[in-house]
Design a protein around this ligand. Sequence first.
Ligand SMILES: [Zn+2]
Length: 249
Amino acid sequence: MNLDFKEFKRFEKQIILKKIGFSGQKKIKKAKILIVGLGGLGCPLVSYLAASGIGNICIVDHDKVELGNLNRQILFNNGDLNKYKVLQAKKKVAQIYKNIKIKTLKSKVNSRNIKSIFKDFEIICDGTDNYETRYLINDFCKQNKKILVSAAISRFDGHLFKFNFKKKGPCYRCFMPEQPIEENNCETDGIFSPVAGIMGSIQANEVLKTILNLKNDLSSNMLIFNSLRMSLRKVKISIDKDCINKCKN
Ligand SMILES: [Zn+2]
């Protein structure tokens, strides 16, 4: 796979970074990324991945754009209301960079379809807004040795996890074995708009670093951001010996 002159000009500011170079940009072009959820996290995430030159992106979401989404789902505007998020996002991504192959799926990931949706992807991004899907994606990625970059936002806070299940280590259930009784999500708790942008951007940061094999990554750690205190903490997740995904083996 080669880069032509136009591609060189477009990505010049990345290519001149020693840690990327031509070889790194080719890796980015060759990459295939799956994004589940096109909400407050998915919008900045897909925008940065597209702008960086990721060659193949698949987006999965079953929702239509609603007025209450527009404070944080920055790919969308009034003209997108009541239309499917994945279809509108595909048009916007084509405007960012038309050479990206973008596949859209108007579905909700469930235990029946997860295998066929995930099978062609090594790196999975979870930006969904409910625990049920979060656990399903975590368990599937663990069992099938995928790399999972997962983010969650609520009120003024954001969490980010990266699990490289090709290696031994903890999973999301090691951190939170059971779904909390009260479902906390942006529907019930509210969300401070820039937190979505910050966490979706950090998610893109981790995806690109994974593609580029850059060291000092977040594996087995979680990143906790609080926008009121302006604190960013990295916390180690220990393997739970009783984890149902048998993370200790
Ligand atoms: Zn586990």
